[in-house]
Design a protein around this ligand. Sequence first.
Ligand code: MEV
Length: 333
Amino acid sequence: MPAVSPVHSRVKVSAPGKLFLLGEHAIVYNGICLITAVDSRLYMTLEAHPADEPTLTITAPAVGLDHWQHSIDEIVHSNQVSGPASFIASCVALFHRQFPFDVSLKIETASDFAATLGLGSSSATVATALFGLSSLFGVGLSHRQLFDMGVEAIQQVQHLGSGADLAAAIFGGTLYYANHTPREIIPLDIPTLPLMVVYSGQKAGTVNYVQQVRQLHDSLPHIVPPIIELMLTIVEEGRPALEKTDWPRLGQLMNIQHGLLHAIGVDTASLADIVFQARASGAYGAKLSGAGGGDCAIILVSPAKHELLTETLTDAGYQVLPLSVNAVGVRLE
Ligand code: MEV
């Protein structure tokens, strides 16, 4: 394959974080979900430098990388990078196999949001790395092509994951996502979504929770699979409620989804506390968002009740995050 050359010496790109509206966990079982991109972004700068023995250098303070360096040849041929550099290294290896290049790369990331918030920093990293590389080398890859490559990169590192976070990071907006073969990504036209996002104060490990739910699923085959089925019905009913901006209905479905997530063991005392306080303050509905075990809760609440609820939750020691949803997907800065 002929080598590609950089068309720029430096590019800066960004991708949004994400929040699951409905369908987390169920999406893993060839399911469906509703997911939205949030306006808190991960930024990546990529530079190309001529070199006899090309290297990859990564500086990503949020994950403790400071001039981490490795030979690109080794990354491409061994694919053995582990630890916080693994997502970027996996993207570089995949990209290099399709579009070989012989320059050194210097990659730096910075983020509007902490990796601990559970807003999908790994997927935003993969989205920016692949989009950044395609921009740096002038290779026109469609969002769908970036997505398919990104799913492969994530599978190589984590060996699991529905790809929903990645779809949100690349396509942006609010999506109906189906984890079937081939995966379906349908952008939804949502003019508004009055959502409040609250951090529970605990960082959760997505991989652990996905594995824990898998074990429960396999050990209780008459109980957990029907719960997953119910979650999928909730997504099916949630989609028209979201599209028609029927907030009382969507809130009710969010409450039920939270109950089912509690049933499969991924709720925490803090998440439940946020959800109950939100409901007591007259929110339409509230639930944990994502893998559970911590991270964020989302609350569907009318703008009129927003301020009072923010005060209540702040007084209770929680952090209300000033995020808005439906954000733009991966882009050049
Ligand atoms: C994690 O953000 C959401 C899960 O559904 C896992 C996944 O979709 O890969 C729990």
